[in-house]
Design a protein around this ligand. Structure first.
Ligand code: ADP
Ligand code: ZN
Length: 292
């Protein structure tokens, strides 16, 4: 069996893994510190393992995915201190001498869900993470979405009723874009407590479901996804799912005539089948693609 490597490069932690399928994975995780130190730890992990055929990197962004670009393989405009213009792909490829496949964390997670998780039967769907940031990726007609740069679904603009929600938003680029209103840090700033400490019946969740539903309605109308997978720490609040599903139906108001939305929405807006492993398994799925 060919062994592949995967790196889930997150803003908070890195997860490195080798393996063949979800049942056969060896992995390690460590905090994201400086680029030098973090990349060294990843290299140490892979050097201590059997040689892999290829490595997939599922990275926080924004990142440069254009092979012809001089900054291909770099993390670009991130506000994360020290990481701007870090050549992640170059550093790994030069040190290990294996093919490297690079994509966004959310595109990779979508690929993992397509191969092993909640989207095995579909060719057009999206995967969103609601965590420290908000990001979205997915497949359209069986191909990962790239285009000009890559989708930035977390930074769309939404109607913001300042009377209902005076919080100005926390995105350093846009203020009250989706990420600025509904990421984990936005929840913490608005309510003065970490999102995971807010009780299930706190008014935070109705407002959160409202913002996420507004965003999903925009994605449904633009991309026509056959399913929407919602992952990330904030979506561990499972009471959000019924609130979001109902709000999506109300906002669409019967216009998008599909049984998936009208009758079977419980199977339309879902948690990741791979749970918290979607990112790292997605990185392995990416590596497999590069070898295909
Ligand atoms: P990251 O986005 O850094 O990869 P996560 O997806 O875990 O990691 O997102 C972290 C954010 O999610 C933090 O803002 C945290 O407050 C929030 N969060 C983590 N777990 C929960 C939870 N169980 N309920 C609500 N919010 C959570
Ligand atoms: Zn933004």
């Amino acid at each position: 069996m060919t062994i592949f490597g995967g790196i889930e490069a997150g803003g908070t932690k890195f997860v490195c893994a080798i393996g063949t399928t979800p049942d056969d994975v060896r992995e390690t995780r460590f905090p994201t510190t400086t680029p030098d130190e973090t990349i060294q730890r990843a290299l140490e992990f892979f050097r201590a393992q059997p040689r892999v055929a290829a490595i997939g990197i599922a990275s926080f962004g924004p990142i440069d995915l254009h092979r012809a670009s001089p900054t291909f393989g770099c993390i670009t405009t991130t506000p994360k201190p020290g990481w701007r213009n870090t050549d992640l792909v170059g550093a790994i490829q030069r040190a290990l001498g294996v093919p490297v496949k690079f994509d966004t964390d959310v595109n990779a997670a979508a690929l993992g869900e397509h191969r092993w998780g909640a989207a095995r039967d579909l060719d057009t769907f999206i995967y969103l993470t609601i965590g420290t940031g908000i990001g979205g990726g997915g497949l359209v007609s069986g191909k990962l979405m790239h285009g000009l740069i890559h989708p930035e679904m977390g930074h769309i603009r939404l109607p913001h009723d300042h009377a209902r929600d005076p919080f100005p938003g926390s995105c350093p680029f846009h203020g009250d874009c989706l990420e600025g209103l509904a990421s984990g840090p936005a929840l913490e700033k608005r309510w003065g407590a970490r999102a995971e400490t807010l009780p299930a019946d706190h008014p935070a969740w109705e407002l959160q479901a409202h913002y996420l539903a507004l965003a999903l309605v925009n994605y449904i109308c633009t991309l026509s996804p056959q399913r929407i997978i919602l992952g990330g720490g904030v979506m561990e609040q499972l009471q959000l799912f019924p609130l979001i599903r109902r709000a999506v139906q109300n906002l669409l108001n019967g216009y998008v005539q599909s049984p998936a939305i009208i009758a079977k929405i419980d199977a339309y807006i879902v948690s990741p089948g791979l749970g918290k492993r979607a990112g790292v398994l997605g990185a392995l799925a990416l590596a497999r693609q590069s070898a295909a």
